[in-house]
Design a protein around this ligand. Sequence first.
Ligand SMILES: [Fe+2]
Length: 175
Amino acid sequence: MTTGTKSLLFGVHQFIWHPITVWIAWIWLFRKLPTFRETVCIIVHDWGYLGKAQMDDEEGIQHPEFGAVIAGKLFGSEYYDLCLLHSRHYADRVSREPSPLCWADKLSIIFEPWWLYLPRAWVSGELFEYRANSAKTGEISILASHRNWYRHSQNVLKNIGLKKLSDVIYSTQNI
Ligand SMILES: [Fe+2]
């Protein structure tokens, strides 16, 4: 079984738990309930990891396409984009802005205590890929404990999400 499939079945992107945390993060971030269509996008956005050998390699980066096709067929191009551009990597590639789903996705990690996240990441094998990537970019040493690495990752992603929250508040104040 590939890492992408394991991630969806019981790993970081577990197909029930991960959407629940993203759904909560959406409310936390945008201060409103996702609509039915947005909720469907939250559910399907990572389904493209199915069958992917790695999470962040060339193939893994294309994972938003599958969910985007589903959302596009069901609800049209607005929702195609909501799913497709939930990844900053993917949005960068196509020179577009990430969609609102991207920020809720990033912030979802703050609703995951280490004891829920790390065992899933370890069993699926994602942890070793993520740790290697963080070490390669010089973000955090491979010698740091998994818990320290997770705390660091949570902080980085939380700050990205919080920056977006301040943008959202600023833009609503200026309507
Ligand atoms: Fe996600």
